[in-house]
Design a protein around this ligand. Sequence first.
Ligand code: MG
Length: 206
Amino acid sequence: MKVICIGRNYSDHAKELNNPVPSKPMIFMKPPSALLVNNKPFYYPEFTNDLHYELELVVKICKNGRHIQPSYAHKYYEQVALGIDFTARDLQTECKQKGHPWEIAKGFDGAAPISDFVSLYNLNRTAIEFELHKNGTIVQKGNTKDMIFSIDQIIVYVSKFFKLQMGDIIYTGTPAGVGPVVIGDKLEGFLHTKDEILPMLSVEIK
Ligand code: MG
């Protein structure tokens, strides 16, 4: 399975990192070994001094497809989760300055905590709200209606290059409010359903 990630998909986040707003989806991948499931603790890696959280809505692909057409894209996902795109910001900055790929900054072991998946049935499909709490305080609030590229547009674009296969997952980008974590912090992700705010993800930094 593939873990596909989209960068800079909310203009308020692109601005906070002084990045241009992209004209096409920006794609990178994490290896499946980056996934951290079942709310397991995350161990702060020794190779960074500036680890940042990025809470993102994650989509699971439910059938195989290549060159998916816009009017069919919605048929390729039925479930979503919340995930954190952990980023060693210091390493990423160094990679960007040198024009190097940034896998070591985003694809390391445990860099992709992910919740269980829930059905889209109980969500507002075109405006899914989610939020991240750090030590009990809200630090990120997102709504998929503010995405630069919608989930359907991402699926269309990604499938031009990569065959999408059942079980692949897509991290769809983070809204503004990213920031550092330190050992001892607790991150909690919540998803707004039609009738409740659902705790989805809880990660302790050890
Ligand atoms: Mg991200």
